[in-house]
Design a protein around this ligand. Structure first.
Ligand SMILES: C[S@@+](CC[C@H](N)C(=O)[O-])C[C@H]1O[C@@H](n2cnc3c(N)ncnc32)[C@H](O)[C@@H]1O
Length: 201
């Protein structure tokens, strides 16, 4: 039987943090959080949060009065996150990125770190992101690799990840601009991919 994306990530949850090591120093994670405009008292969604690699940096940025929604389709990845970050202001939600009904009110930022290529319905995802973002809120898609490096790496993985690609800029622009998300920063070089958009007023 072919695995679904959810089954794939669930099957790796126990070993995920050993397999998926980031060598980048904490400063590089802090830069991403700052790029998404996440600061004191803000509300942010970590979309495709996995076991929670971004959570300590988000907690540090938002402080005690901020709120973090940690959303992932794979409940076993989220179970790991829950066991590590049992904070009142971290709300784990098991859901696909294309259905963010569990997020209450408007949020200041949504970050997809190393996750967007895996989302099966990217158009429904950008629609949901735009729905939950406040005007002027930021949507960051980021990787510690370029688009070419990510897509090449995924093409060598087992099913279904071998089919999970980051679209080119033209396609991303269409996905975002269809939803009133204007691109305000783009970088795809020197081992980094950052696509930052902002919701129009
Ligand atoms: C490569 S992992 C990255 C996890 C984490 N951000 C990190 O860097 O360690 C991708 C994550 O996206 C999640 N994911 C895949 N498809 C999803 C979807 N449609 N909706 C929400 N999460 C999804 C997976 O379960 C997985 O935890």
């Amino acid at each position: 039987m072919m695995k679904t994306t959810r089954e794939y990530f669930n099957s790796y949850a126990d070993r995920w943090d050993e397999i998926n090591r980031y060598d980048e120093p904490p400063e590089e994670f802090r830069k991403l959080v700052a790029l998404a405009g996440v600061g004191r008292g803000r509300c942010v969604v970590d979309l495709g949060c996995g076991t929670g690699v971004l959570i300590p940096f988000l907690l540090e940025a938002v402080g005690g009065n901020g709120l973090i929604y940690a959303v992932d389709i794979a409940e076993k990845m989220l179970a790991k996150l829950k066991s590590r970050y049992d904070f009142n202001n971290v709300i784990p939600i098991t859901a696909p990125a294309s259905d963010l009904g569990g997020v209450e009110g408007e949020v200041d930022a949504v970050i997809c770190f190393s996750s967007f290529p895996h989302f099966d319905d990217k158009a429904a995802t950008t629609k949901e992101v735009a729905r939950i973002l406040r005007s002027g809120g930021r949507f960051l898609i980021a990787h510690f690799s370029t688009r070419e490096e990510i897509n090449e790496f995924h093409s060598r993985q087992e099913y279904p990840v071998c089919n999970h690609f980051l679209p080119d800029l033209r396609e991303m622009k269409a996905l975002l601009e269809d939803r009133d998300l204007s691109i305000i920063h783009y970088r795809n070089k020197d081992g980094r991919y950052e696509l930052l958009s902002s919701k129009k007023d």
